[in-house]
Design a protein. Structure first.
Length: 150
């Protein structure tokens, strides 16, 4: 007798325009906009699938982000503020500002972890090499804007 394998679940991130301060103030009571359909299979029915805690820079406690689940394909849709990249605690603006200062002045901004900022720069170069042509390698900030828009 074999074991039943669960369906392979894929987590997809859906970026929405929300303010972190409002999510912080309301917690789990924040009213998230339900996705109109599953981004994986386009099924119209999407169920609530609880909340998940995520850390963001500037907040002493993790914030609650809503998740939804498609009953058809098993896809989990996690809502995320559009002001932040996936898997990053700092906002897009903070990352761009730190990178711009490093590229133009040769120094990182004071008061932040330089290891984290070096990771941002390495990751930017890797993304530009993977997704863009040679012309972007000389203009890292233009490359950042282009990669961020993708």
């Amino acid at each position: 007798m074999g074991l039943l394998c669960p369906r392979k679940q894929k987590i997809m991130i859906q970026f929405v325009n929300v303010a972190l301060k409002v999510i912080f103030a309301q917690g789990r009571n924040f009213l998230w906009q339900r996705p109109s359909e599953c981004p994986r299979c386009a099924n119209w029915k999407v169920w609530g699938h609880g909340h998940v805690q995520c850390n963001f820079k500037g907040f002493s406690v993790p914030l609650w982000l809503k998740r939804y689940r498609c009953p058809e394909c098993g896809c989990i849709i996690q809502m995320r503020p559009s002001s932040h990249f996936s898997r990053f605690q700092s906002s897009r603006e903070a990352i761009r500002s730190a990178l711009a200062q490093r590229i133009t002045h040769g120094k990182w901004p004071p008061g932040q972890f330089s290891g984290r900022m070096r990771y941002w720069l390495r990751n930017l170069r890797r993304q530009i090499s993977a997704h863009l042509t040679e012309k972007w390698k000389s203009g890292l900030m233009e490359g950042f804007d282009h990669v961020a828009a993708m």
